[in-house]
Design a protein around this ligand. Sequence first.
Ligand code: AMP
Length: 555
Amino acid sequence: MAMDEDLVESEAGFAGLGLRPELLHALVSLGYEEPTPIQRESIPPLLAGHDLVGQAATGTGKTAAFALPILQSLTSDRDGGPQALALVPTRELAEQVSQAVHRYGRDLGVRVLPVYGGQPIGRQLQALQRGVQVVVGTPGRVLDHISRGTLHLGEVRTVVLDEADEMLDMGFADDIEAILAETPAERQTVLFSATMPPRIDAIARRHLREPVRIQMGREVASPGEMPLVRQSAYVVARAHKAAALGRILDVEAPTAAIVFCRTREEVDQVTEALNGRGYRAEALHGGMSQDQRDRVMGRLRGGSTELLVATDVAARGLDVEQLTHVINFNVPAAPEAYVHRIGRVGRAGREGVAITLVEPREQRMLKAIERLTGRRIPLERLPTVTDLRARRLELTRASLQAALGDDDLQRFRVVIDSLTDEVDLENIALAAVKLLHEAAGGDVDEQEIPSPAPARAEREPREPRGDRRPRSSDAGVARLFVGIGRRAGLRPQDLVGAIVGESGLPAKEIGAIQITDRFSLVEVPDPAAERVIQALSRSTIRGRRPTVRRERFQR
Ligand code: AMP
């Protein structure tokens, strides 16, 4: 697929908004196919210099909505004071937004600095002295820098108040006022908030000038538009999403399903993970020619593919009668997109199934969808290993029962007859069931997927200003994919042996090992990951030389 084609294609989306080529290029390489609704509505007025109030939750793409216009307007002066300031409520959001600005501004060589409490101030001071173009910070620490005289906001042209309701909840109101007072009066001011209580409105009235107002997902879908669909959602941490998806599919056993992803990269990763789990999954994305797409669709209709993994753009116009399941690998960025997606199942009075994987921070968006559709989406518990075992046995039973109706059973009688002299019928049946069960995927050799803490866990504890968050307990652990599994006779001790023998890593430092039919996952301390990968890549395990790499579904 040629790069140029990509660019042209995405121009229909992003370039139509007036973004410069360096930004378009970055978006293409990130796999973004088209702007989300909040981006489509916010970017043009922001580029034109207007103030803006946007009601949008995390996950709608609001970061790019304000970051792209900021990047577009940066001057090449990297050594002066910051030209844009984004205030965010938490340390992790400061990091996320700062990384996003960095990614989108890659081709512009932008200098962006996150500043938050709890991080040694020395590093921030050095960076500030060298000069930065964009500062993303929590109000407390930004104010700290202002009072120390280490941050001058006299050159700032755009200020963003991101997740303004959260910042107020955390007691940052006065800090925000004080910071705004340090910025030039003629600046552009952008305010995003998931909710719009009167206090937010008051801030907007005081500090913004004739802002453009944008509110996402307000209109209510009429109940008649909602197809007959069984809806459910699972809250799962990002690191476990791929495993969770596989498990849900195992239990649901869809005839034909489509899995929606945000970007092309995600499409490729999910497709690979599903194929690794023994599914026949195919990627469908906007970079494919019409011909290629038609062929994939043909294979789905013909039954030789059971799963399509697609972006919204690629699935546009797609019409498959036999689709039984729509699966959202993320909560869609706009509630309307959700309604549109699930409209693909439940046709002609047949019941369809819509399943949504929700990261803890996306739960608010699920609420927005519920408001739009007027239906509750029940949160389900992920299938446990026990559920999975029970389900596989159930599938084995169902295939046996179906085979009882076959009319060519008699030709196997000779096998039974020759065994019944020594063994009783029941034992023969048990052995036959075992063989069938194993051939169909066999027993489950997986670990439980931890369920994340209840809603909004990432923001706890909520004390003002203490930009904080303990590192998660599995920080510093890398999960490696090893392309050999049970089918090749692999046992955990083979992996441990190979790792210890080849890399010298002590056995006690090897973490959880998960072996599936075709591949394995093994946890090792992050600093040792590269060494282990190198060592294993050179070694032979059970007569094979498997692919070894970091697992892709990690942060
Ligand atoms: P945000 O609401 O800004 O936290 O963004 C949510 C997620 O959507 C992030 O992972 C972004 O990388 C991703 N994203 C933002 N805009 C787009 C887009 N136009 N297409 C695909 N993914 C996007």
